[in-house]
Ligand binder design. Structure first.
Ligand SMILES: *Cc1c(COP(=O)(O)O)cnc(C)c1O
Length: 378
């Protein structure tokens, strides 16, 4: 089946009890046994739930992999994945990753003795000096947040594979519509389903996907042991959101491209970060690796913090809020909001200056969005 058909049908079928067209929400903590050791496939919702299973099967079809586990947030997906490592292990991570990811990686380092090297992976070979006998994985986020830098997943995956390292890709920014990390050599894909997959800013959720039975068994054990599993109602909401993923992503991209082109020619804008612009230094890689350029656009304002504040408060349609990937447009200030948890040195080394503004371009009318930005930029 095609991707678009799978978004609507994969993993869900008319309900076996009454034929309901929509997946029922099995809002039950426990399931009745028929006999000693005999039940209908589920015994307790922390270990498994039919609504969660429907979402997991749907996500597998979309990412083109065999195994998935839906968890309670994107951070729970990352926490659960990091639990496959142990004290003494080393991980190499993209340096301009999501702020929560870098905060968690630092915590993991302090409390569990797992060393994390933050490395600029725009050139895959940059990871090589950090590889030693303790290295276990390379953590990739592409496009990156908030500067939309790309990592060549196939290049990193090949280097990692040769050295026996796992390649883990956070695919939140593009969703499986926009990028297929397993086809490029990833071993594990993590998602914050909070963003484009759900798409309606009304749930927080996450998922970890893999293609190996062994990894899946470890991940399912960890999720059950830690208790990071997703709740049935949240899974149902994400399943509902996914049904419109393709049409939403097309509109996000169309609007983001127009917004990026508008900003690029605006006198108050120093630099625009969007992989769909031919001026983006990795535009060719974006065309090769991604199916779409996505809905995230960042830009550097020509001015000081006061000017930044005027723009942030000046938009009417773009709401001043964190998060991304919903149908409504958002504007935010990475240095004090999404990336405040990253220490200043790390942030500045990654190029996230105080005058960078990030937009999550929604699916409102494009002319209205551009007019809103034009009036806020003054
Ligand atoms: C939001 C986000 C996360 C964390 O997800 P939550 O659902 O907020 O816990 C992780 N990675 C990326 C790239 C994100 O954008």
């Amino acid at each position: 089946m095609s991707f678009q058909t799978d978004t609507i049908h994969a993993g869900v079928g008319p309900d076996k009890a009454y034929g309901a067209i929509m997946t029922p929400i099995y809002q039950s903590s426990t399931f009745v046994f028929e006999d000693i050791g005999k039940h209908k496939g589920f015994d307790y919702t922390r270990s498994g739930n039919p609504t969660r299973k429907a979402l997991e099967d749907n996500l597998c079809a979309l990412e083109g992999c065999s195994f998935a586990v839906a968890v309670t947030t994107g951070m729970a997906a990352i926490t659960s994945t990091l639990n496959i490592f142990k004290s003494g292990d080393e991980i190499i991570c993209t340096d301009d990753c999501y702020g929560g990811t870098s905060r968690l990686m630092k915590t993991v380092e302090e409390h569990f003795g797992i060393t994390v090297h933050f490395v600029n992976l725009q050139d895959a070979a940059n990871l090589l000096p950090y590889v030693n006998e303790k290295t276990k994985a390379v953590w990739v986020e592409t496009p990156s947040n908030p500067l939309l830098n790309l990592v060549d997943i196939a290049a990193v995956g090949a280097l990692a594979k040769e050295r026996g390292l796992l390649t883990i890709v956070d695919n939140t920014f593009l969703s499986p519509y926009g990028q297929k990390p397993f086809e490029l050599g990833a071993d594990i894909v993590v998602h914050s389903t909070t963003k484009y997959l759900n798409g309606h800013s009304d749930v927080v959720g996450g998922a970890v996907l893999s293609n190996s039975e062994e990894l899946d068994a470890r991940l399912k054990f960890i999720v059950n042991a830690l208790g990071t599993c997703a709740q049935p109602f949240d899974c149902w909401l994400v399943l509902r959101g996914i049904k419109t993923l393709v049409v939403r992503m097309r509109e996000h991209e169309r609007n983001a491209q127009a917004v990026a082109e508008f900003l690029e020619q605006h006198g108050r804008v120093k630099r625009v970060f969007y992989p769909g612009l031919p001026a983006h230094p990795q535009h060719e890689l974006a065309k090769k690796q991604q199916r779409c350029f996505g809905g995230m656009v960042s830009f550097e304002l020509d001015g000081g913090i006061e000017d930044v504040n005027r723009v942030l408060k000046g938009t009417k349609l773009f709401a001043l809020a964190e998060s991304l990937g919903g149908v409504e447009s958002l504007i935010e200030h990475p240095a004090t909001m999404s990336h405040a948890s990253m220490d200043r040195d790390h942030r500045e080394a990654a190029g996230i200056t105080d005058t960078v503004i990030r937009l999550s371009v929604g699916i409102e009318d494009c002319d209205d969005l551009i007019e809103d930005l034009r009036s806020a930029l003054g």
